[in-house]
Design a protein. Structure first.
Length: 249
């Protein structure tokens, strides 16, 4: 008789516990991975409704962005949960959660160049990392790792997506303009320096540099040379013609 998903995930959780305890009869990581392929797992998602539309009982255009955690070595990992019991209450309050086949999580992990792998039940005593490729040998560490739910770097990782191209903001000030800028847009309606992006106290800010044709953030017109905070997913519109999106981790 085939096992239901609850039976499979409870077996996975028990296997992870035994794997971390290293009993005489060892559980191999491969055994856990093979079992995981049969399961539906849970992903944490940041939900965006900026472009959502309602059609009767259907909501279209909702954006879903998976959460990312970092281990002590700063590896970027996709957090995956086998059951809702493995999700801390404070973390649960911050995200939407969807249940998907484990193969979906593997596909996303392998297709995302910025990810180093995934971690099962990261905020519990018995967690398990699954890396995309072999890394250098690790030093002796305890079986329990502490994963950060919110990483507060002095300068968080950020990038601008424009015309399907990524522009990492590696240093500030970061400029967008007609010429000699971090992002060059050689159009007459774009000012030589149209906007300036800076980072202060761990927060990214943007200011219109007194451009001729103006700047909008999520549809709101910016006042010249006044800084506004940028957040993940914000849309930047220059001169009502050029649009780009900012991503901040």
């Amino acid at each position: 008789m085939a096992k239901n998903n609850m039976e499979i995930v409870y077996q996975i959780e028990d296997m992870i516990k035994k794997y971390n305890k290293k009993p005489e009869k060892k559980i191999r990581k491969k055994d856990i991975v093979d079992m995981l392929q049969k399961a539906d797992i849970i992903l944490a998602m940041r939900t965006g409704f900026d472009e959502a539309e309602i059609f009767g009982e259907i909501i279209e255009g909702v954006s879903l962005k998976p959460d990312i955690v970092k281990d002590g070595g700063r590896a970027r990992l996709l957090p995956v949960f086998t059951s809702y019991e493995q999700i801390p209450r404070d973390y649960m309050d911050s995200f939407s959660f969807i249940k998907v086949p484990a193969s979906y999580a593997y596909t996303f992990m392998n297709d995302c160049d910025d990810l180093n792998g995934m971690v099962l039940n990261p905020f519990t005593e018995y967690n398990l990392e699954l890396r995309k490729k072999r890394t250098a040998p690790k030093s002796q560490v305890s079986a329990t790792k502490h994963y950060k739910k919110d990483v507060a770097d002095t300068e968080p990782e950020a990038m601008i997506i424009y015309n399907n191209k990524k522009y990492p903001i590696k240093k500030t000030p970061f400029t967008i303009g007609r010429e000699n800028a971090s992002i060059d847009i050689p159009e007459t309606y774009i000012s030589k320096i149209h906007v300036v992006i800076s980072c202060k106290d761990g927060k990214y800010r943007i200011a219109d540099y007194d451009s001729t044709n103006g700047t909008r953030i999520n549809g709101t017109q910016l006042r010249p040379k006044v800084y506004y905070e940028l957040r993940d997913g914000y849309r930047i519109e220059l001169a009502e013609k050029e649009e780009m999106v900012v991503y901040i981790n």
